[in-house]
Write a protein that binds this ligand. Structure first.
Ligand code: 6PG
Length: 250
């Protein structure tokens, strides 16, 4: 049994996340190394490497490095942690960003990219279809191998916002139609699916994130989505630049 896996820690609560602080370039290198190690582990177990990826600044700053290393070119099934309700070629589309910065330059085959249909007129149906696609690769309930997430200044992850009823939605994938971060209409994986991943990696850059990062990592009773994710995850890594780590006491 590997240390850090939920089963290994069955006698007690999950281990606290490992936190690393560095320059943006170092963060991208740590992220790449983590992806490679976990991909190798899945391959060793004879499983596809099922991952979920975000949009936002993590994609903008880190995906080019992952692409340059050719990560994900084979054996990886790409899902999305969330998607905005826009067409796939829209500038706000998380898919468009991932395609431009990682998937295309790395040569990831299209059939390994499982996109959330943000342009669908019926987002409920798009969510149900995605849940089936996810279950076909990652099981039911789904257990992704590696989930990468950014974090909002308000402590949101994916499209799961503080105080929103979506945080306790039991469906694996569902629409959110009143997100405080535009665009309001989105699709997201649930907190339960994100938390259940074999490895959860959170990356945050900038002073605007410092308060949420500090609270999520250091206040045991925090109700922030990020805090709930990190408390529940069996094996989590948090990568920060110095500004985002500015309110950590340790
Ligand atoms: C999105 C993302 C979202 C993002 C956070 C942080 O669709 O916007 O997937 O969850 O990761 O909002 O975004 P930034 O890193 O850009 O602040």
């Amino acid at each position: 049994m590997r240390p850090g896996s939920p089963a290994a820690g069955a006698a007690g609560p999950p281990a606290p996340p490992e936190v690393r602080v560095g320059e943006v370039g170092e963060v991208a290198e740590w992220l790449a190394a983590d992806f490679a190690v976990r991909a190798g582990r899945a391959a060793g177990d004879g499983r596809p490497f099922a991952v979920a990826i975000p949009g936002g600044s993590v994609a903008a700053r880190c995906f080019p490095r992952l692409a340059a290393l050719g990560l994900g070119r084979s054996g990886t099934e790409f899902f999305f942690a969330d998607e905005r309700a826009v067409p796939p070629d829209h500038p706000d589309s998380n898919l468009a960003q991932a395609r431009a910065l990682w998937l295309k330059p790395a040569g990831v085959p299209e059939e390994r990219v499982h996109r959330l249909r943000g342009e669908a007129p019926d987002l409920e149906r798009a969510a149900r279809d995605y849940a089936a696609e996810l279950a076909a690769v990652a099981g039911d309930p789904p257990r992704l191998d590696w989930v990468l997430l950014g974090a909002g200044p308000d402590g949101h992850v994916a499209s799961l916002f503080p105080g929103h009823p979506a945080l306790d939605d039991p469906r694996p994938v569902f629409p959110v139609v009143d997100a405080p971060k535009p665009p309001a209409r989105r699709l997201t994986l649930s907190l339960a699916v994100l938390t259940a991943a074999r490895r959860v990696v959170v990356v945050a850059f900038g002073a605007a994130k410092a308060a949420a990062i500090g609270e999520a990592l250091e206040e045991a009773g925090s109700a922030l989505p990020l805090a709930r994710l990190l408390r529940g995850a069996g094996d989590a890594l948090v990568l920060l630049d110095r500004e985002a780590a500015g309110r950590l006491r340790g």
